[in-house]
Design a protein around this ligand. Sequence first.
Ligand code: XLS
Ligand code: NI
Ligand code: NI
Length: 441
Amino acid sequence: MALIGDKEFFKGIGEIKYEGKGSDNPMAFKFYNPDQVVAGKTMREHFKFAVAYWHTLCGTGGDPFGPGTKNFPWSTASDPIKAAEDKADAAFEFITKVGFDYYCFHDFDLVDEADSLSESERRIQTIVEYIKQKQDVSNVKLLWGTSNCFSNPRYMNGAASNPNFDVVARAGAQVKIALDTTIALGGENYVFWGGREGYMSLLNTNMKLEQDNIGRFLNMARDYARGQGFKGTFFIEPKPMEPTKHQYDFDAATSINSLREYGLENDFKLNIEVNHATLAQHTFQHELQVAANAGMLGSIDANRGDYQNGWDTDQFPNNIMETTEAMLVFLKSGGLQGGGINFDAKTRRNSTDLEDIFHAHIGGADTFARALLIADAVLQNSPYQSLLDNRYSSFTTGKGLEFTEGKLSLTDLYDYAGKNGEPEQISGKQELFENILNQYS
Ligand code: XLS
Ligand code: NI
Ligand code: NI
């Protein structure tokens, strides 16, 4: 199977290369140099960039006020399998040309869902065989798979948290098939994003039962996948709201707590999405740090929100300062455990040229690459780390050290404070920290 056959979709666009900061070529990377070593690893290894099938191949720009605007040349066939093959051809052509190694999908991004479970499964199995060949020819790999248990009207009251057991079971069947699909394609991880796992009103909700049911459901999924030989990591992708008013996986801290409560902490980590962090009134870097502190920083869904509105706009990343702060956390915590950086982002509704999809991914990759370079320089060459260490130096000697070693009692603190007098006022120096980031950017 030729990777790009007579049906080339992105005509006139070749492989995107690194040309450096001085290049004016819009179809070249200015900072993302896949083989460049930064902090002991190539950029390719640090990031594991992935293309999100749903936004890049499926999303045609529809919004609550109007239909799609993008006439994708791969969405013309009426036969669902033929349409899915065309979409896969476009996907692998795009991923190969942009030079990424990975992609991610929901089950029904690959092929349209049918009227029955068995026909849906047959369609998925058919397209999986086709995609397997495309993976072999291109060396493009599956970063993670997931199941869309939120779009179909049957999930309007939730999937694993649905008040009706029949829907919970139906979601279980769908997740089984999505796990089989992910395993068949050598997926490195599997994601759970519970868009409708939450409530619209507490008045009609048994929260305890719903949360316990999600816990049971995730245990079943884990046991099934492990039984099928899946060695990868499961990720929970926290999001506080949208489409549901309150989602149970609200943020990193909440999700970590549920994973521990339901005995899932050894198999699950977190997939942190920028715009979900900001919807939860946190920063992206805050969510990364919370996950890293728990040893659960698994993967990233890269995008950005909009300062002026409060929903998941899924724009491509371009905020250097935000991403640099994130890359400081990323480098200091040793990177991602199992996952990569998936561009869960879409071009705007009025960005209707096929080349816009390239501009978007080039910009996103360059933003992360530039931020990584800045963060590495800050850590290597600036006084940043020593200023930070110095801020906590009272815990490295004497009574402060004994405190961190758990050797002091509250009475010891009382005795020490009594002798010590009023503590010295020590500045937090935030502006100086900020200036250092600016200086190295
Ligand atoms: C939606 C989520 C979704 C997940 C995968 O807001 O980001 O796209 O990443 O289901
Ligand atoms: Ni996401
Ligand atoms: Ni999202």
